[in-house]
Structures are given as C-alpha cells and as structure tokens.
Design a protein around this ligand. Structure first.
Ligand code: ADP
Length: 432
C-alpha cells in the first residue's frame, strides 16, 4: 500500500515538475497538456492491466496470466494465489466427496439419502437393485411414490424409526428379505440403510423347522413308551406279555438313542469348520468292520458283496469316515427288500481319486427327490424309514462328512431298479 501511494505521489510530483518546466519554456497550454499526459500514464497502465485481467477472468485462466510489473504485479499475484488456493480446496472437497460416494457404493448394504420431504437425494447401486430404482431417473422423487409397499409407507408416516422394518418378497425376482431402518441426520434428513437378510431369514426358518422336527421325532417314541409303561403298570400281565412290552419299550428307547446320537454327531460336525484331519484310515480294517456291521444288520437276508481294487488307504478322520460309510451301507440294507443284493466297493479310479460306493437293488429313488435327500429329516417313505430305525439324519451326516473331506457325494438311482451312492475323495486324500 505504501509503495503504491509513493508511486502515485512520485507521478504527481513528476507531472507538476514537468508542467512547471513546460510553463516556463512553452507557455501554460503546453504545461497543462504535459501535466495531463503524465498524470494519465497510470490510468492507461491500469486500464491495460484491467483489460488483460478481464480477458483471463473470462477464460477462467487467471492462474496463467503473466504478471505485469509495478503496482498491478502484487494485485495479480495475490489474485492468482487466491484462485489457486480456492481451486485446490474445491479439488480436495471433490475428492473427499468422491471417496464418500465410493465408500457408500462399496457398502454391501443399500443406502438412500432422503431430504426433509422424503425425496431421494442420493442412493447407491445396491439400493437401486433392491427397489428397482434408478438414481438418474428417480432423483428428487418422493420415496413413497417409488416403494409402494403399505408397511413401508406406514413406517415413513409414523416417523418412529427406533425399530427396523422387515420387507419380504422384495428385489428383482421377489426373492429377497430386506431389513430397512431410517436414521435421522442433519436438518430433518434421513439416511435409510437396507440390509439383505434373506440368508438370515432362511437360516432362522431352518432352525425353527429343525426344532419342530426334533420335537416331533422325540415326541412319538416318548408317547409310545409312556403308553407301554402305563399298560405294564396298570394291567396284571403274564411274564411273556411283560417281556414283549419291555422289548417294544427297548426298541422305542433305542430309536430315541439313535436320534440323539445322530443329532450330536451333526452338531459336532457343524461346530467344526476346519477340514477333517489327515490320519491314515486303513481301508482293509474299515471294510472288515463294515462287513461285520452289515451282516449283523442284514441277518442273512441280502446278498452282500464287498469288493476292493486297491490297497490304497484314505487320509481322514476314521470315526467320521466309518460313520459316513456305515450310514450308506445301513441305508442300502434297510431300504432293499429281502433277497436283494448290495455291492460295497472301494476303488481308486484312473485319476487317482478314491471312490467308496454302495450299490443296491432296492426300490430306487425318483429324480425329484435326489436334490433334497441330504436335507435334515427329508424322507421319501416316512414309515419305512421309521420302521427300520431311520432318523432322517443319515444322509445329512454323510454330506457333512464328505464336505469336511473335500469329497463329493454322487447319488444315481433308477426307480424300481436300485440306487448307487458314491463318495469320491480327491487324490490328495488317498495314500499308499
Ligand atoms: P433315514 O434315516 O430316513 O434313512 P437318511 O438321511 O439316511 O434318513 O435318508 C433319507 C431318505 O433317503 C430316506 O428316508 C430314504 O427315503 C431315502 N434313501 C436313502 N438311502 C436309500 C436307498 N439306498 N434306497 C432308497 N432310498 C433311500
């Protein structure tokens, strides 16, 4: 400021001195002219610089403007610095904004931002997919015009967002369950978070079904057992009759025991997420054990064939492998009518994979049941399963054990002709 004033005073003095000298030599008209000429120098200089500034401002390129010398140099320099700083700040804010948007987009949850009137200010692509929205098309539309579910409209109207809202049959193919909750922020705005809880809902429904199934399975033998106990208690029975009742009670107690054992086995398998151990399971010993159990169960009613083309062993958990193989053999025996034949084989195929298979000449299984056979308590013939001591959990256990050994359970069956259950182990689980 001081330097600008000094310059101005210098020019004024210069104009006076020049005018005074001219007055003395050339007369007063020349003196006024020379004075005005000298005084107009800063005006012309300022005008030229203002015109340049205007040009650069209009082109939005103030930062590129060459700096003039003198009084305007400082003004231009500071202006350029101000513009540069402001642009830098805007860039930083834009970057932060982009990061927020990217973070919201990366969220596995749907996010919708609503203004005071519940108009959509922004939503991420997950929310677009959940509700069939399009941000470009629907921006600033009222959300209740786009999501027309009555329970959602009520939720918005109530303005009480303490609890989440569950919306079922949502999404492009109406297969999603969505949990939605609005959170107030800023001035009467709302952030709506939407979570896909389809899997949780399914797991919850499965848990409820499971508890109902277990209760049902337990209630039947308990009721029968209590009936027998009352009979034995209240009637004066002969020794043989009493023995007959005790035998029937024993079979019901056995049924409950099998169910509890299978439930415990399943619970243990489900609790253990690690792959099965790599201990050597000697197949020769295992096949001998299976043979003993199979003969005891079949009681000579079936033709049992045990084949093995390999002396290779299996790497895994012996208890689990025995349980899986035992379940397949026991199913074949229980479902194959008397005089049928059952083939039990352990082979190593050309790719080095270990294959344990059980082939029977039983009733076979219709194709529509095959995908569901490994579900807990899924049975085709309920009474046959119960009559033969089945719990409905055998194949679910086999499937779990197969997974823990990276094995594949393959079921092939022709109704009326028989079934073949194969457990195919990867070659890494086969050892000499
Ligand atoms: P269960 O204890 O009832 O045998 P599983 O889980 O072992 O339960 O088997 C599920 C269902 O699959 C059985 O109820 C039965 O209907 C069918 N199944 C299993 N193995 C055979 C087989 N070898 N032949 C025919 N049906 C079978």
């Amino acid at each position: 400021m001081i330097s600008a004033l000094t310059r101005f005073l210098f020019i004024v003095c210069l104009a006076f001195i020049a005018a005074f000298i001219t007055l003395a030599n050339l007369g007063d008209k020349w003196a006024i002219g020379i004075g005005i000429l000298i005084l107009s120098i800063p005006l012309v200089y300022s005008y030229i610089n203002l015109a340049r500034l205007r040009k650069y401002v209009l082109n939005d390129s103030v930062e590129k403007m060459p700096l003039p010398s003198g009084f305007w140099e400082e003004v231009f320099f500071r202006l350029q610095r101000l513009v540069r700083n402001l642009k830098q700040k805007i860039r930083t804010i834009e970057q932060q904004h982009d990061h927020f948007i990217e973070a919201f987009q990366a969220s596995p949850n749907g996010i919708v931002m609503l203004d005071e009137g519940d108009h959509i200010e922004w939503c991420n692509s997950i929310a677009e997919r959940f509700f069939g929205l399009s941000f470009k098309r629907d921006v600033m539309q009222r959300i209740n015009f786009l999501i027309r579910r009555p329970e959602f409209i009520q939720y918005l109207q109530k303005r009480n967002f303490d609890d989440p809202l569950l919306l079922e049959r949502m999404g492009p193919d109406s297969s999603l369950s969505l949990m939605l909750q609005a959170f107030p922020f800023g001035r009467n705005r709302h952030l709506v978070l939407i979570q896909d809880v389809t899997d949780l809902q399914k797991a919850d429904a499965m848990r409820r079904d499971f508890v109902a199934n277990v209760s049902h399975e337990m209630r039947t033998p308990i009721t029968v057992l209590m009936g027998f106990l009352e009979t034995v208690q209240s009637l004066d029975l002969k020794k043989e009759q009493q023995d007959q009742y005790f035998e029937m009670m024993m079979s019901q107690a056995q049924r409950m025991k099998s169910l509890v054992e299978d439930l415990l086995m399943l619970a243990n398998l489900e609790a253990n997420s690690l792959p099965a151990t790599n201990a050597t399971v000697k197949m020769e010993t295992l096949m001998a054990l299976l043979k003993n159990d199979a003969q005891a169960l079949s009681q000579g009613k079936h033709a049992l064939n045990f084949n093995t083309n390999s002396s290779m062993n299996l790497l895994g958990d012996e208890r689990e492998v025995l349980s899986a193989f035992g379940n397949l053999v026991s199913n074949a025996i229980r479902y194959t009518p008397d005089i049928g034949s059952i083939n039990i084989a352990w082979n190593v195929n050309a790719d080095g994979q270990g294959e344990f298979s059980v082939t029977d000449t039983g009733p076979g299984i219709a194709a529509e049941h095959l995908p569901r056979l490994t579900e807990r308590f899924y049975r085709i013939d309920r009474s046959r399963s119960r009559d033969t001591g089945g719990t409905g959990l055998g194949l679910a256990i086999v499937k779990h054990i197969a997974n823990r050994h990276q094995a594949q359970l393959v079921i092939e069956s022709t109704p009326g002709r028989g079934s073949k259950f194969t457990l195919r182990f990867p070659k890494e689980r086969v050892s000499a």
